[in-house]
Design a protein around this ligand. Structure first.
Ligand SMILES: CC(C)(COP(=O)(O)OP(=O)(O)OC[C@H]1O[C@@H](n2cnc3c(N)ncnc32)[C@H](O)[C@@H]1OP(=O)(O)O)[C@@H](O)C(=O)NCCC(=O)NCCS
Length: 215
C-alpha cells in the first residue's frame, strides 16, 4: 500500500488491469517509451507532447517529469489520474483520466496509449471500458469525453464502438501542424445499459477523496 491514495487504485477486467502509476510501474514502461512504442503514425497526440521528443533519453526524462508534475499538482480544480495498463501483469501502456472541477461538473476526459506491438487486439477498447467503469461507477461521473485527430482510426473507433456520440470538432497542433480533432462524449445514461458486471475495482473511495482536496 502506498501513502498516496491515487497510487493504490486498481481496476481489473478479464483481459487487463489499470493500476495507479507508481514509480516502479513507470520504470517498467520506460523501455517502451524509449523504443518509441507509445507513438504512432500519423501522429496521434496534440502538442506539447514529450513522446514526440526525438532523443530517447530526453523523451524519457520529459515524460517522467510530466507525470510527476501532474501528480504533484492534483487538486479538485484539476487532476490527472495516471493509470498503468497491465496485460498478463506486464506494464504495457497508459490510461489516464482527467478531471476539471470534477466535483462541480462530473465530467472527465480520457487519454491513452498502448504499446504498438499490442494494438489491434481489442485491448484499447478494453482499457477505455475499464476507465469508463472507474469514471461512472467509481467516481459517479455524469459524462466522459475523448478526442482524437480525424485520422486516428483506432481511438475514434474505440469511442464509436463504446457508444460515444460525436460532439463537434476542434483544432489542435501535432508536431507543430494544425489539424482537426473529433470530439466524443458519452453520458452516464448512455453508458448504463452497457455497464459491465465483470469489472472490479479497489482503492477507489480513498482516491476520490484525494482528488477532491481543495487547492
Ligand atoms: C488508440 C489505441 C489505444 C487503441 O488501442 P487498440 O488496441 O489498437 O484498439 P482496439 O484493438 O481495441 O481497436 C478498437 C477498434 O479500432 C479498430 N482499429 C484499431 N486500429 C485500427 C487501424 N489502424 N485501422 C483500422 N481499424 C483500427 C479495431 O478494428 C477496432 O474496431 P472494432 O471495434 O470495430 O473491432 C492504440 O491504437 C494506441 O495506443 N494508439 C496510439 C496512441 C493514441 O492514438 N492514443 C490516443 C490519443 S487520442
Amino acid at each position: 500500500m502506498h501513502s498516496y491514495p491515487p497510487l493504490n487504485v486498481s481496476v481489473s477486467t478479464p483481459r487487463l488491469e489499470l493500476r495507479g502509476a507508481t514509480d516502479d510501474l513507470l520504470e517498467e514502461l520506460v523501455p517502451l517509451v524509449r523504443a518509441g512504442l507509445a507513438d504512432a503514425s500519423p501522429p496521434p497526440f496534440d502538442d506539447p507532447m514529450s513522446l514526440y521528443e526525438p532523443d530517447p533519453d530526453v523523451r524519457v526524462q520529459k515524460w517522467l517529469q510530466g507525470i510527476w508534475r501532474g501528480r504533484g499538482s492534483v487538486t479538485s480544480d484539476f487532476w490527472r489520474l495516471n493509470l498503468v495498463v497491465l496485460i498478463d501483469d506486464h506494464p504495457s501502456g497508459i490510461q489516464d483520466i482527467i478531471g476539471t472541477s470534477f466535483d462541480t461538473y462530473g465530467t472527465a476526459v480520457t487519454f491513452s496509449w498502448l504499446s504498438a506491438d499490442l494494438r489491434g487486439r481489442g485491448l484499447g477498447r478494453e482499457m477505455r471500458e475499464a476507465a469508463l467503469h472507474l469514471c461512472f461507477e467509481g467516481f459517479g461521473a455524469a459524462e466522459a469525453s475523448s478526442e482524437a485527430f480525424l485520422d486516428n482510426i483506432g481511438s475514434n473507433r474505440v469511442s464509436e464502438a463504446l457508444g460515444y456520440e460525436r460532439n463537434g470538432t476542434t483544432w489542435a497542433t501535432r508536431r507543430g501542424q494544425s489539424e482537426q480533432m473529433q470530439r466524443w462524449c458519452i453520458t452516464r445514461e448512455h453508458w448504463l445499459p452497457a455497464r459491465r458486471s465483470d469489472i472490479t475495482m479497489t482503492g477507489v473511495e480513498a482516491c476520490k477523496q484525494a482528488l477532491s482536496q481543495k487547492p
